[in-house]
Write a protein that binds this ligand. Structure first.
Ligand code: THU
Length: 163
């Protein structure tokens, strides 16, 4: 048997923050504030992230770099680990990601890297409900994904470990 399969990814694209819900707007604005807290002297690529907890609370994160480059961490993981450490077991409803590049002018949205997708899907599976991902560029463009699973097909999770 040789079957060719296809995965269709649906996502939303917005030209303006004004087309989003109030909560989504506020979360992106919170992520934008986090950019200022980034420590990114090596890449000069500052990222802010903001998590909306199931109880409505916001937790922020920013990328934190290190002279030993691989020791640094992305904004999304800083936010996700902070949220889980401060509020253990509380689910995440959404994460917003905002970016500010200092090396170039064009500034479209960025989506979480592979490692951050892996970390986020753990929390999505743990809570048993989708985490919405809002990726906001400085150019005003916003990409919205309805779940981490959409960005990480064939994810490795606890089921794979336990059979
Ligand atoms: N970075 C993030 O914080 N989030 C992403 O989604 C992509 C990359 C950070 C890691 C590093 O500090 C810098 O951006 C350049 O890769």
């Amino acid at each position: 048997m040789n079957k060719r399969n296809e995965i269709i990814l649906q996502y939303h694209e917005y030209d303006s923050i004004d087309d989003l819900t109030i909560t989504e707007k506020e979360l992106i604005q919170f992520a934008l504030v986090q950019i200022q807290k980034a420590y990114a002297p090596y890449s000069e690529f500052k990222v802010g992230a903001a998590i909306l907890l199931a109880d409505g609370g916001f937790i922020g994160g920013s990328n934190q770099e290190n002279a030993a480059y691989p020791s640094g961490l992305c904004a999304e993981r800083v936010a996700a680990f902070s949220a889980s450490a401060i509020h253990p077991g509380k689910g995440f409803d959404m994460i917003a990601i905002a970016v500010q590049r200092t090396k170039e002018k064009a500034s479209g949205p960025i989506c979480p890297c592979g490692s951050c997708r892996q970390v986020l899907i753990e929390y999505e599976l743990r809570a048993g409900k989708p985490i919405r991902i809002l990726c906001a560029g400085a150019d005003g463009k916003i990409l919205v994904f309805e779940s981490v699973a959409d960005l990480l097909p064939f994810a490795f999770g606890p089921k794979e470990l336990n059979g």
